[in-house]
Design a protein around this ligand. Structure first.
Ligand SMILES: [Zn+2]
Length: 243
């Protein structure tokens, strides 16, 4: 384990040497979900991950790395895990934007093009895998991210706890902040370092897509993630605020 990893009871880590990898979900070739207005999830993920990386670097986390992966969906998952492991990161955060299972999609037209949406659910969600080699630390970081999202006035996506999600139903570990376990996720279970996946918000929900597209809202999320990393690195940060 890298020496700078902070164990729950330990002191603090050094932002100058602490390496967080921001994994941009999906690839240019396999772009993930398609939004209600026909924009690929990958574009949303890249834009938000870049902003989070900027914020962290500005906060002194100079070793922050953006992880971009190429290729088709499934092989890209193993490629991204190998890249993250080669980077000897202390922490991995995978950035995604949410959709719904196909059966929930409804039809509409956007700019003359047949499109799909579902306004039924919205919100962020945070996932961890019990199969990660350091589940405890992953969960601790997940709790911090979810707490910061909630503190920004955001609400979490409740649908993952509902039977209607079928195979996409997952145990809710924190009913207050919206941390779920999703044990099978490759990017969380095969990584050698603590790992968390953030679904920043829904892009299939027509109102929330507009929000996720706004610089103001992206700033709120990036600020929340940066605060969570600060606090992860130094638990006193939550009491003292930015030094
Ligand atoms: Zn995704």
């Amino acid at each position: 384990m890298p020496p700078s990893v902070l164990k729950p009871a330990a002191g603090k880590c050094d932002p100058a040497t602490f390496r967080i990898v921001l994994d941009v979900g999906h690839t240019a070739e396999s772009e993930g979900a398609i939004s209600a207005r026909n924009v690929a999830e990958f574009a949303f993920n890249l834009r938000l991950a870049r902003l989070i990386a900027e914020r962290l670097k500005a906060d002194g986390f100079a070793e922050t790395r953006l992880l971009l992966t190429e290729g088709k969906a499934r092989p890209s998952l193993f490629k991204r895990v190998a890249s993250a492991n080669n980077l000897h990161a202390d922490l991995l955060l995978s950035i995604h934007h949410d959709s719904v299972p196909n059966k929930m999609l409804e039809d509409w037209e956007f700019e003359g093009k047949k499109s799909h949406f579902s306004d039924r659910f919205s919100g962020y969600s945070v996932f961890v895998s019990r199969e990660n080699p350091d589940f405890e630390t992953s969960l601790r970081f997940a709790e911090l991210i979810a707490k910061e999202m909630k503190a920004q006035g955001l609400h979490y996506a409740v649908q993952y706890s509902l039977p209607i999600m079928g195979s996409n139903q997952h145990p809710l570990l924190n009913k207050d902040t919206g941390v779920y376990s999703y044990n099978e996720l490759i990017v969380l279970r095969k990584t050698a370092m603590p790992a968390v996946l953030l679904e920043a918000g829904s892009i299939i929900n027509r109102d929330e897509e507009l929000k996720m597209d706004s610089p103001e809202h992206r700033n709120v999320i990036a600020g929340g993630v940066a605060s969570a990393v600060q606090e992860f690195c130094d638990p006193r940060w939550s009491l003292l605020g930015p030094l």
